[in-house]
Every structure is written in C-alpha cells, then in structure tokens.
Design a protein around this ligand. Sequence first.
Ligand SMILES: *Cc1c(COP(=O)(O)O)cnc(C)c1O
Length: 225
Amino acid sequence: MDTELSATIADNIRTVASRIAAARPSDGWQMPALVAVSKRQPDDRIEAALAAGHRLFGENRVQEAQARWTERRASHYDLRLHLIGPLQTNKAADAVALFDVIEVVDRPRLARILAQEMIRQDRHLPCYVQVNTGEEPQKSGVMPGEADDFITFCREDCGLDIAGLMCIPPADEEPAMHFALLRTIAGRNALAGLSMGMSGDYEEAVGFGATSVRVGSAIFGARDA
Ligand SMILES: *Cc1c(COP(=O)(O)O)cnc(C)c1O
C-alpha cells in the first residue's frame, strides 16, 4: 500500500471529523455520522480509508457499489453502506441485499417495492426520505409540500422504518435555507435523522443539526470523471 496516500486519507478523515465535532450546535450534541462517499474513487484510496479504521461509506450506484464492496464485506464484518443516489425499482432487490441504509426513498412505487423486498429478504433497513428542497426538476426527491403525506405513506402503508430525511441543496444556492427546511419537515414528522452536508458545506449542515454528513472529495480527493 502507498503509505503516503494512506497517511493523507487518514489525515483527511481526522480533519473532517474534528471539524464536524467543532461545528456542532453545542458540546453535548451527539456526534454526527461521517459517511465517506467512495463513488468513483480508485481502490487504493478505499483501502487507505479502511486501513485508517473507517467503516461507514456512501455510494450512489448499486452496480458500482456491488463491484467495490461485495468482497470487502466478507473481510470487514462491521462495514456499513448507505445508498445515496437515485434508485430504480429494478435495482431495489440488489440494493436491499447490499446496503445497510437506503437514503433515497422518494416515490410511492419505490417505497412499496423496497418494503416488499425487505420482507422477502428479511432485511429491515432504516430508510431516509429524500426531499427535493430546491424543487429542481432534474433532481430526485419528493417535493417539500408533499413530504408529510409521503412520509406517512412510507410508514403506515408500507411499514418502512423511516429514520430521517436527506437532501442535496441546489449547487448554485446558499444551502442554509435548505438545511433549515429539511430540519423543519423532520421536526414536524418526529424524525430524528438528518442526512445533509457534503464536502463544501458539511460544517454548516452540522450547525443546522445534521446527524449524518456525506463527504467524498474532502476525504478522498477529486473523483474519476
Ligand atoms: C457525490 C455525493 C456526495 C459527496 O460529494 P462531495 O462534494 O465529494 O463531498 C454527497 N452526497 C451525494 C448524494 C452525492 O451524490
């Protein structure tokens, strides 16, 4: 293993973790989880993060995640994988088999199929509802005005374990109002989990109460195109 690369990535993880700790609304605040986003990163960087003891990773594509993690799962029993990218219903079975948390539940048909798969596989995974806080047409996520009804549908009609909400603010806007909106929707639905904040804005997200941040390039460096 490239020891310089290993040291750099271990260092990046420590730096991000300490910035997260410092950004919490108060010292007693629970430490948010650091989901290291490993999509499109070369193997040596993944190995470096594992060697540094990191075990929580996020991926946005099911097939790519299978290729990267299926074998590594066998040697790292404590690995935890979050799906953070759009999920097609025909990949739902594979997603339920591989991931530990599904962060991208955003439409009734997907919610139903995930629920059926979880029963079939006897794997009852915590889920997040993705909210399209910026109401961007190209982005997935339920619209803010439909979130309450959809959360109720996921819980009561599908029996999904909804642990929280997830959002990806528009790239060209201040993220603060999006983080605040997500927190408001979570609060009125009695949801504790808030997955928000990426490399450019995770500290701000933590300040708004994020319980989980998704950080890729600040840990691993720039991704392959
Ligand atoms: C790629 C990705 C991230 C990580 O982005 P960085 O800017 O590299 O930290 C976080 N969340 C989602 C949903 C992503 O697709």
